[in-house]
Design a protein around this ligand. Structure first.
Ligand SMILES: [Zn+2]
Length: 137
């Protein structure tokens, strides 16, 4: 996803919208005024979802505040949400493939209590009576 760029007209309209009652807009991260001449960014509202997660509420923040908030809060949050989702839908292969633990649950081999290593049976090779139609209760 690419970062949305705001034109000068959109940024001017946002500045005017954010300083509706006071003379200067307020940084939506630190709560201080953003004066003309200070570097500022169009910042997503920290109380709502970030843009990477579909949030669209925007305000004005000091560039320094916005960059620090993005690096400390938003980026790790989005990365964790992506990791959780990948694990939830099964896209993350932590237990399969070349990183499977030897004789572990995902390994084609299993180790018996006697220490003997045998090939794990595929589900098609299992006895049908081992899986009752009503399910295991
Ligand atoms: Zn600020």
């Amino acid at each position: 996803m690419t970062r949305r760029r705001y034109s000068a007209r959109e940024r001017t309209a946002l500045w005017d919208q954010c300083c509706s009652e006071q003379e200067f807009p307020i940084c939506n991260i630190c709560g201080l005024f953003v004066f003309p001449g200070q570097a500022w960014d169009v910042s997503h509202d920290p109380q709502n979802a970030p843009a990477a997660l579909g949030g669209d509420a925007v305000g004005i923040a000091h560039r320094r505040c916005n960059r620090r908030h993005g690096a400390v809060v938003v980026t790790p949050l989005v990365a964790k949400i992506k990791r959780i989702r990948a694990k939830h839908i099964g896209a993350h292969e932590c237990e399969r493939g070349r990183r499977a633990m030897p004789c572990g649950r995902a390994s084609p081999w299993r180790k018996k209590l006697s220490g003997e290593v045998v090939m794990r049976m595929a589900p098609s090779e299992c006895r049908p009576s081992a899986f009752p139609k009503g399910g295991i209760r």
